[in-house]
Design a protein around this ligand. Structure first.
Ligand SMILES: Nc1ncnc2c1ncn2[C@@H]1O[C@H](COP(=O)(O)OP(=O)(O)OP(=O)(O)O)[C@@H](O)[C@H]1O
Ligand SMILES: [Mg+2]
Length: 250
């Protein structure tokens, strides 16, 4: 349904151009949950931004239902059903939460209360509130996720939805992903470092050093996590206070 073929992406950093993605090949099917994970700086957000059209590849092609969208704009891709909830959301200044959800929904009838409930927000407190600098990071993040849920969408890209979200809302969000998966045809791509999100995955995509290092199933990754030795082999000797221990593992 969504295919990335031999994608390279180069971005201009402080010291010239960096190749941040290297020969990315992915084939995503309808109604599956993909969890993308891997070390910080590995290229996960860059892959999501390339699918959304925020980054333009220097090589390769992106197809949706067989149609080449490589040169299409962000808004054209949005019309074709691709949506991206940013790792760090922007502030849509001046808009009320209700207006943002209506804009996202377009012609579609939506239940505002249900959507906000699904991201752990109380509609009464938020629907008529204007989005401005008084919103906390976690509130903004949840409103951005809500605006993606309001859309009829083919491919939903959630970039670290857990970041800044309290435990209670996170539990609700996890259930929301399961519901979305069960009730729609949407392909979910969730970028996450959370074990609870990994457990939702049909397929786990490991991204490291700008490459896909592994495409696997959750059982293998969860088993690897359970065997991780997060400590340090000199732990018994470094003994004394937390600071020394932190120095030791560094
Ligand atoms: N606009 C940019 N210009 C230049 N380099 C960039 C830009 N955005 C990201 N990079 C670099 O691309 C690499 C991949 O970044 P990316 O944000 O995709 O990683 P990530 O896997 O999402 O990491 P994290 O888990 O920390 O969110 C990093 O080395 C980063 O410094
Ligand atoms: Mg990222």
């Amino acid at each position: 349904m969504l295919e990335l073929i031999n994608i390279d992406v180069e971005l201009e950093g402080d010291n010239g151009w960096d190749k941040v993605l290297n020969d990315i090949n992915l084939s995503l099917e309808r109604n599956k949950i993909y969890v993308m994970t891997g070390p910080n700086g590995g290229g996960k957000s860059s892959i999501a931004k390339t699918i959304m059209g925020i980054h333009k590849p220097s090589r390769g092609k992106i197809l949706i239902d067989g149609i080449d969208i490589t040169d299409m704009s962000i808004s054209e891709r949005a019309r074709r059903g691709i949506g991206y909830a940013f790792q760090t959301p922007a502030r849509f200044k001046g808009l009320k939460v209700k207006d943002l959800l209506n804009l996202a929904a377009g012609e579609r009838e939506i239940d505002h209360c249900e959507i906000l409930y699904n991201v752990g927000l109380c509609a009464q407190d938020y629907l008529d509130r204007e989005i401005n600098s008084t919103f906390s990071g976690g509130e903004l993040k949840r409103i951005e996720i809500a605006s993606l849920l309001a859309r009829q969408i083919k491919v939903a890209l959630f970039d670290e939805p857990e970041a800044g979200i309290d435990l209670w809302s996170f539990q609700r969000l996890t259930e929301t992903f399961i519901n979305l998966h069960q009730k729609s045809d949407t392909t979910l791509v969730i970028i996450s470092h959370q074990e609870r999100i990994l457990r939702l995955a049909d397929v786990v995509i490991m991204v490291e050093n700008g490459r896909i290092s592994e495409i696997t199933n959750k059982d293998k990754i969860l088993e690897e996590i359970s065997q991780l030795d997060t400590g340090c082999e000199h732990r018994d000797n470094c003994g004394k206070g937390v600071m020394e221990y932190a120095d030791c593992i560094r």
